[in-house]
Design a protein around this ligand. Structure first.
Ligand code: 6GU
Length: 228
């Protein structure tokens, strides 16, 4: 998968995208990720990318020219799925991530919260995505979340296929609790069933734990009760 990210804070993104699963997938050539500095396409030699809003009001608005120039400098941009990260977008969830994972080329535009000239959305953007109902100063952290949720679903990025398959099997439920050695720690014991070696019982216990935890913590994830 090819990923291009456009931001005024390229350094903010570089280290997280060099670590762990994503860093390894880049080394293996499974992911081709490039971070672009919007200021390289500024309208003047001072690196200006924003200006006062027409109609007045607080804050600055990002000008359209740098965004158009930055996107149009990316090879294959016309065929790419071009996403603006904005709190006004549709909400990212596992279903959205798995659909994005089928794309061969994503271009992510990290806006600043105060706003981007609407003609960027009109002329460049195919999809607007938010990561939740709270306000971030900019789209950079959201882009990292989207990239991590999406790329781990791309073939070859996660070694243990089983963890991905288990997630989709138990789709929409919270995970069961897990334990490792020691069997007792500061008086807290690992549930007996996990030490029993009875695989069918362990599977049943895990499934019950998932149902129970989801009912307790995230009842909104459970299917609605059927009427009698
Ligand atoms: Cl994508 N951007 C900003 N600025 N705030 C957000 C967001 C995005 N998603 C949730 N809050």
């Amino acid at each position: 998968m090819r990923l291009d990210v456009i931001t005024i804070f390229p350094h903010y993104l570089e280290q997280p995208l060099a670590e762990s699963l994503i860093g390894k997938a880049r080394e293996k050539g499974i992911l081709d990720i490039r971070v672009h500095d919007l200021r390289a396409h500024a309208v003047d030699t001072y690196g200006s990318v924003d200006d006062e809003p027409y109609g007045g009001g607080a804050g600055m608005v990002m000008r359209p020219e740098p965004w158009f120039a930055a996107v149009e400098s990316i090879d294959g941009w016309k065929q790419a799925h071009r996403i603006l990260l904005t709190p006004a977008g549709r909400r990212l969830d596992q279903q959205v991530a798995s659909t994005l994972a089928t794309q061969s080329h994503l271009i992510l535009l990290c806006g600043r919260y105060e706003g981007i000239d609407e003609r960027v959305s009109e002329g460049l953007i195919l999809d607007e995505i938010s990561i939740g109902d709270y306000v971030l100063a900019g789209g950079e952290a959201a882009a990292l979340v989207l990239i991590e949720a999406t790329t781990r679903l791309v073939d070859g990025v996660v070694k243990e296929r089983e963890s991905i398959e288990r997630e989709s099997f138990s789709a929409g439920l919270l995970d069961y609790p897990v334990y490792t050695r020691p069997a007792e720690f500061r008086g807290m014991k690992v549930p007996d069933v996990l030490l029993s070696g009875h695989h069918a019982e362990i599977e049943r216990w895990r499934s019950e734990q998932q149902q129970q935890r989801t009912a307790d913590r995230r009842p909104d994830l459970l299917p609605p009760d059927l009427p009698d």
